[in-house]
Design a protein around this ligand. Structure first.
Ligand code: FAD
Ligand code: NAD
Length: 479
């Protein structure tokens, strides 16, 4: 006899663990199955995000930023720090401690909320029956009225750069180096490549990024992307666009990368190569032939706007379905699905998904970019504010960047907000809230912001849409 639940969630990454906890809060008898094993072969919750993604990368980004700030900028503000050094194993150990605290925290939340956990692998069969195989190999039959698949994604691989034990690594490997490589190659100038490239560049590696596309960060507002490229180059990252990697050769403890660009065939030799060319949805051994769940042409589980699959009562959320591969997008999908199971009617607003790149300067945006609106022939107006004109940014000795607000030309409704600068990962929430409530640029202009804060940049950029900004010379000044 199968053990029966109201809801079985497969995967305890951010999408799955939010779904499981919310389902239990709503009084649904909930189970969550998770197969992750940490480096010591111990079960761990939290998925990619907590174990090898968002959290460990931010721990290293924050630590390496403090180092480079102390090294390059402390003297400018009158702090003399002599004999500055780094202890990479300690940095990695602290990162591991943060990860461990958080993954254990998820286990604690499951317990506190009454989620039944199964540590091992799930396989979905017809009629919402699940075959569970524990890490010891014991098999158990489970079933539920509702299944939520949240099996996430894994790093994409490319044939010229097969992952090796410690020379050619993926994002997880790049979070676990025990020393600073002298020369580091990064394939892919996406978010992973730039965040992890930044970490090791700050700690002293010569970082060369090989990107296939001719354009830098094509999904980011062009104005912001231009500023970002300028800043990363200034920091010493060598970003080569329009390159095609054709092969790798391992030579002792080094790896030679063969690539071509518009000038012909070239090569570079590195102490470490990080492959960061995107992620692919993960459904390996998940779906029995009779599960009724279908995949789209790119391997994502096919779902509608409410995250329902083709199989009745089976839902899928997070990286394994269409949309941006971001933890918070998966969390909101997970919550939407279980709240709808409980009879509530929430929706995910896919027009208001914030994206943040945690480099320095940080890059963040929500909504649409100018290039997107232009391509659609839509009429819009913009207002920008340079952080160099912010009193708080000057006081903090960090004036790089800008904030740009894009509003509908006729209605003034905010269509997108794009930012580059220090701490803007926190500022973008203000823009998301404004857009969620359908605010106009004038609404933000009429709102009072505390002084002196970086947030005032959003206020000024909103005022600038109508030419009213106080701290910039307005060319389109109006009464
Ligand atoms: P995952 O987190 O991948 O979790 C899926 C879980 O399902 C895993 O634990 C897996 O073991 C389990 N599973 C899979 N198959 C089975 C099965 N058959 N049975 C049982 N369990 C199974 N996003 C952000 O929003 N902000 C960031 O700052 C950020 N930084 C990142 C940095 C890096 C280096 C990387 C790689 C990613 C980063 N991301 C970030 C992306 C983010 O990690 C993902 O979007 C997020 O983890 C997706 O959540 P998920 O729950 O859908 O899947
Ligand atoms: P990505 O899609 O953001 O970037 C991959 C880059 O690699 C692209 O620019 C692509 O053109 C390039 N590329 C692909 N094949 C190539 C090749 N053969 N040679 C050279 N370049 C090649 O993917 P990613 O950076 O690996 O990130 C994966 C996912 O994880 C993203 O969807 C992202 O949303 C998520 N993530 C988010 C954060 C964050 O929110 N801060 C951080 C890390 C990762």
């Amino acid at each position: 006899m199968a053990t029966k639940f109201d809801v079985i969630v497969i995967g305890a990454g951010p999408a799955g663990y939010h779904a499981a906890i919310r389902a239990a809060q709503l009084g649904l008898n909930t189970a969550c199955i998770e197969k992750w094993l940490d480096k010591d072969d111990k079960p761990a919750y939290g998925g990619t995000c907590l174990n090898v993604g968002c959290i460990p990368s931010k721990a290293l980004l924050d630590a390496s930023h403090k180092f480079i700030d102390a090294k390059n900028h402390f003297s400018e503000i009158g702090i003399i720090s002599k004999e500055l050094d780094i202890d990479v194993p300690k940095m990695i150990a602290r990162k591991n401690m943060v990860v461990s605290n958080l993954t254990k925290g998820v286990a604690g939340l499951f317990k506190a909320n009454g989620v039944t956990t199964f540590e091992g692998v799930a396989k979905l069969h017809a009629n919402r029956s699940v075959e569970f195989t524990s890490h010891k190999g014991d098999v158990e039959s489970l079933e539920a009225d509702h299944i939520v698949i949240a099996t996430g994604s894994v790093p994409a691989e490319i044939p010229p750069c097969p992952i090796t034990d410690n020379l050619i690594v993926d994002s997880a490997g790049a979070l676990d180096l025990d020393a600073v490589p002298k020369r580091m190659g990064v394939i892919g100038a996406g978010i992973v490549g730039l965040e992890l490239g930044s970490v090791w560049n700050r700690l002293g590696s010569k970082v060369i990024v090989l990107e296939a596309l001719d354009e830098f960060l094509p999904l980011v507002d062009a104005h912001v992307a231009r500023e970002a490229l300028k800043q990363f180059k200034k920091q010493g990252m060598d970003i080569r666009l329009g390159t095609r990697v054709t092969g790798t050769e391992i030579k002792g403890k080094k790896v030679k990368v063969l690539y071509s660009d518009s000038e012909g065939d070239k090569s570079e030799t590195f102490d470490k190569l990080v492959v960061a060319v995107g992620r692919t949805p993960y459904t390996e051994d998940l779906l029995a032939a009779d599960s009724g769940v279908t995949l789209d042409e790119r391997g994502f589980i096919y779902v509608n706007d409410l995250c329902s699959t083709d199989a009745p009562g089976v839902h899928a959320v997070g990286d394994v379905v269409r949309g941006p591969m971001l933890a918070h997008k998966g969390m909101e999908e997970g919550i939407m699905v279980v709240e709808r199971i409980a009879g509530k009617k929430p929706l995910v607003n896919y027009d208001c998904v914030p994206a943040v790149m945690y480099t320095h300067p940080e890059i963040a945006w929500v909504g649409r970019s100018e290039q997107e609106l232009k391509a659609n022939g839509e009429k819009y107006k913009t207002g920008s504010f340079p952080m160099a004109a912010s009193g708080r940014a000057m006081a903090a000795n960090d004036t790089v960047g800008l904030i740009k607000v894009i509003a509908d030309e006729e209605t003034d409704r905010i269509l997108g907000v794009h930012m580059i600068g220090a701490h803007i990962s926190e500022l973008i929430a203000e823009a998301v809230i404004a857009m969620e409530f359908g605010a106009s640029a004038e609404d933000l202009g009429l709102t009072m912001f505390a002084h002196p804060t970086l947030s005032e940049g959003l206020h000024e950029a909103s005022l600038a849409v109508a030419g009213h900004a106080i701290h910039i010379a307005n060319r389109k000044r109006k009464k």
